[in-house]
Design a protein around this ligand. Structure first.
Ligand code: ATP
Length: 306
């Protein structure tokens, strides 16, 4: 019977999510994984965002109680700072992002934003404070304008276009048959990986969150597109606290801190230059990626180097 009700539960949650007006495409993208037991604590208050400082304190977590995935992960990103997370496939990088968004409750430890435990604030206020640019965004079967406008309820056409311009997709949209009214998604125009990422960036710019999670695409975009997108991402992360799940080390040389995650543990941490000097795992990855960059095909992921 529970198998019958679970989909209904899920539907109910989708409905509530939309009704609450959560700016929550991010939630949709991993919704199927979302356990229904995450609930607002009794008397939960709205998150009071100051600068968006993020802190993980000895976080232990497993999707399944029998299999712990994060074994006591700690880091602190000051307001406006950038943390890069690298490591092999399955290390737990995306799990960190999901926990920050509170798709799951942790087993022990604490996750704080501006000194407030995220388990004690309303989910709506938490999710309003965080923008995610996922590696592969699912578009709504609607117009491209709607897909961007979803970032902020009541956005005006001028605001939508300003966001699109900043994400460098405005000119592309003007060249489409019906401009901003062109339908996209499964039943409309199919966008390339790079175009979808720009839509995600435009949407996030409209949302204007103090905390940003960038889940870098694993599949390589062509190098010109990639460079352009990196420039835009660097711009939008400048004023915001940013966690970037990185696959290409060249994109994170300026990060304030890099953590190398392996099987749910931080095995190295520091700035790029320190890690290269330390001559450990990161240094090996960096040397190999530098060599790959000089020799095509350049499409090698950090994960494949462990
Ligand atoms: P990648 O670089 O391949 O995206 P990652 O470092 O982001 O990997 P995670 O997606 O965080 O890795 O996964 C960490 C571990 O958690 C993996 O062993 C994975 O199998 C497991 N895992 C991820 N999602 C779930 C889930 N919904 N249920 C159970 N286990 C999961």
């Amino acid at each position: 019977l529970s198998q019958l009700f679970r989909p209904l539960d899920l539907l109910g949650m989708v409905y509530r999510t939309i009704r609450q007006g959560l700016i929550d495409m991010e939630a949709m993208y991993t919704l199927i994984d979302t356990p229904t037991e995450v609930a607002d604590a009794p008397g939960a208050r709205a998150l009071a965002v100051a600068g968006g400082a993020v802190r993980f304190d000895q976080v232990r977590f497993g999707y399944d109680p029998e299999r712990e995935i994060l074994h006591g992960v700690s880091f602190a990103v000051p307001a406006g700072g950038t943390l890069a997370i690298v490591g092999p496939s399955g290390a737990g990088k995306s799990t960190i992002a999901r926990i920050l968004f509170r798709f799951y409750d942790i087993a022990s430890g604490a996750v704080m934003i501006d000194g407030q435990d995220i388990a004690g604030v309303t989910q709506q206020s938490l999710r309003a404070a965080i923008g995610i640019v996922p590696q592969d965004m699912v578009l709504f079967n609607d117009t491209i304008g709607y897909n961007i406008a979803y970032g902020r309820e009541g956005a005006t056409q001028a605001q939508i276009e300003a966001a699109a311009r900043a994400a460098q997709i405005h000119d592309f949209i003007l060249g489409l048959p019906q401009g901003y009214d062109t339908r996209v998604g499964e039943r409309g125009l199919k966008l390339s990986g790079g175009e979808k990422q720009r839509v995600a960036i435009a949407r996030t710019l409209l949302k204007d969150p103090p905390v940003l999670v960038l889940d870098e695409a694993t599949s390589a975009l062509d190098s010109r597109t990639e460079t352009e997108i990196q420039t835009v991402l660097r711009d939008i992360s400048r004023k915001r606290t940013t966690l970037v799940v990185a696959h290409r080390l060249s994109t994170i040389v300026d990060a304030d801190e890099i953590i190398v995650l392996d099987q749910g543990r931080i095995v190295e941490r520091g700035r790029h230059a320190d890690l290269v000097r330390a001559d450990g795992l990161y240094a090996t990855m960096w040397a190999r990626q530098a060599a790959e960059r000089d020799a095509p095909p350049a499409d090698v992921r950090v994960e494949d180097m462990f």
